[in-house]
Design a protein around this ligand. Structure first.
Ligand SMILES: [Zn+2]
Length: 91
């Protein structure tokens, strides 16, 4: 286990199987069966170093356009541009 207590909220971190999204230009690859520590309180994820390396390898491999052709397409990506920044935080 990576950590047992969340560095952000102090919640309990449990090992779980999650999906991670790797972005390749305008394309996204959903990588399933990724083992991560997930905080039960705030949902923050903690990855063992090997997992981070593995996701980077997948990203590098996916940059070869041909590599994406054999994958199952699960959805579409849409873009919205309101022409001005959206400010959600007022300070
Ligand atoms: Zn937390």
């Amino acid at each position: 286990m990576i950590v047992s207590k969340c560095a952000i909220c102090g919640g309990k971190v449990e090992e779980k199987e999650v999906s991670e999204t790797v972005r390749v230009g305008n394309d996204f690859v959903v990588v399933e069966n990724v083992i991560a520590g997930v905080c039960a309180g705030c949902g923050e994820r903690y990855y063992p170093p090997g997992v981070v390396d593995r996701l980077r390898d997948i990203e590098m491999h996916a940059m070869d356009r041909g590599a994406l052709k054999g994958l199952h397409i699960v959805g579409h990506t849409y873009r919205i541009n309101y022409g001005a920044p959206i400010h959600g935080i007022s300070v």
